[in-house]
Design a protein around this ligand. Structure first.
Ligand SMILES: NC(=O)c1ccc[n+]([C@@H]2O[C@H](COP(=O)([O-])OP(=O)(O)OC[C@H]3O[C@@H](n4cnc5c(N)ncnc54)[C@H](O)[C@@H]3O)[C@@H](O)[C@H]2O)c1
Length: 379
């Protein structure tokens, strides 16, 4: 068994534990949490030893891989220490607080040769992999336009609060960094297009929110409790025009204040022969658009998918697979490299993809500030 550990056991840390256990040959040997009370609760609910100092995990030579699932401001420090301790690192997105940290993480990871991955999990749905296969084999012709959005509503009300609202914990970009990063990674992975320039507009509708006493877990509704006013410096909404290298155009918008939209990541890719569209809230369907014939909706079913997409479908057609399954698929890919003990740059999303996403966020912020088009640097 490969021994792995997870640092941070909130919303996504628990998803990592569950997905790792589905691999079969990976044991979640330990988790690190932030306090003694959480250690008791998490240890009991997940049946795993829990420590309150992640350095205990790093010092344990039997643990070979570490998953970083803490707030964004801790990623850099924890990844650096984990790589220096010889652990393979799977880090949540956004990779770091800024591109400077991201560059240092890439450099260190590349020097050690250890496996480094960042969790752009939406690549690992059967139907997004099918979309990539279709675009790459020319099914929709030359890509003209890529458009879509990523919408959520869990920060709609003034009383909704989470650490992501605090620049010191979440970083300077919020909606763009938190969910726009997924959108951009996914569409560039599918199309193979490279971002060239962006022109953006960011909006903060609640300039002041109410910060409750105590912890506000991710996706939990605001509770009536003692709360104090909290000035908000990050965006609830971002709209971005995109120019890709080679002439394709794009437009996307992200929002965490769109009532009724829970986790609605959508994209459409319009090409010279046809179009493809997908919606994360209906993950089993891929829309195939045609002008001179009927449109189609391809339903996930192993025998109807290309080889690479079919590998990500573990159940027969009509048996829905979605968010947790994509994490399992991502980890299957990452742990195949860990078993070999050697990083692979193009097999799974890497720190370099995480860095490119940070560079995009910085270009979007700069464009919002200057009011003009800004270049997107690629690492
Ligand atoms: N890939 C995805 O789809 C996805 C989805 C959600 C969150 N995320 C990312 O995962 C990370 C965590 O987000 P979340 O929503 O799970 O937040 P969360 O608040 O639910 O969980 C974070 C956990 O980290 C713990 N923590 C804080 N400091 C710690 C420390 N020093 N040692 C151990 N644990 C510590 C907190 O107590 C908390 O339980 C973020 O970077 C976020 O962007 C990714």
């Amino acid at each position: 068994m490969i021994k792995a550990a997870v640092i941070g056991c909130g919303f996504i840390g628990q998803a990592h534990v569950e997905a790792l256990r589905r691999l079969g040959d990976v044991e979640v040997a330990s988790v690190a949490v932030s306090c003694k009370e959480s250690a008791e609760r998490v240890s009991k609910s997940l049946c795993v030893p829990a420590v309150t100092d992640y350095r205990e995990i790093l010092a344990d030579e039997s643990i070979i891989s570490v998953h970083i699932c803490t707030p964004n401001n801790l990623h850099y420090k924890m990844a650096e220490e984990a790589l220096s301790a010889g652990k393979h690192v799977i880090c949540e997105k956004p990779l770091a607080m800024n591109s400077e940290e991201g560059r240092r993480m890439c450099k260190l990871a590349e020097e050690t040769g250890l496996v480094n991955a960042v969790c752009f999990n939406y690549r690992y749905y059967p139907m997004t992999a099918e979309a990539r296969g279709l675009v790459l084999k020319g099914d929709i012709g030359r890509t003209f336009l890529v458009h879509g959005s990523y919408l959520q509503d869990w920060l709609l009300y003034r009383g909704d609060y989470n650490w992501r609202l605090d620049v010191g914990a979440g970083g300077r970009m919020r909606a763009v960094g938190d969910i726009g990063s997924h959108w951009a990674d996914l569409v560039t992975r599918i199309t193979g297009l490279v971002l060239e320039t962006v022109c953006s507009d960011l909006g903060t509708f609640h300039k002041e929110r109410l910060k409750p006493a105590g912890i506000s877990p991710t996706f939990e509704k605001s509770k009536k409790s003692e709360a104090e006013p909290f000035p908000v410096e990050t965006e609830d909404y971002g709209g971005v025009l995109v120019r890709f290298k080679g002439g394709a155009r794009g437009i996307f918008y992200v929002s965490q204040v769109s009532a009724g939209r829970k986790n609605r990541l959508t994209f459409e890719i319009d090409g010279s022969l046809g179009s493809i569209a997908w919606n994360q809230e209906r993950p089993e369907e891929l829309f195939l658009g045609r002008r001179d014939g009927p449109n189609k909706v391809l339903l996930k079913s192993q025998e109807l998918l290309s080889e690479n997409a079919a590998k990500l479908a573990h159940y027969p057609g009509g048996h829905p697979e979605g968010y947790p399954d994509a994490f399992k698929n991502l980890f299957i890919s990452v742990y195949s490299a860990i078993r070999e003990g050697k990083h692979r740059e193009d097999d799974y999303p890497t720190f370099r993809n995480g860095l490119n996403s940070l560079l995009l966020g910085e270009a979007i912020l700069k464009s919002h500030e200057t009011g003009g088009w800004e270049e997107v640097e690629q690492s």
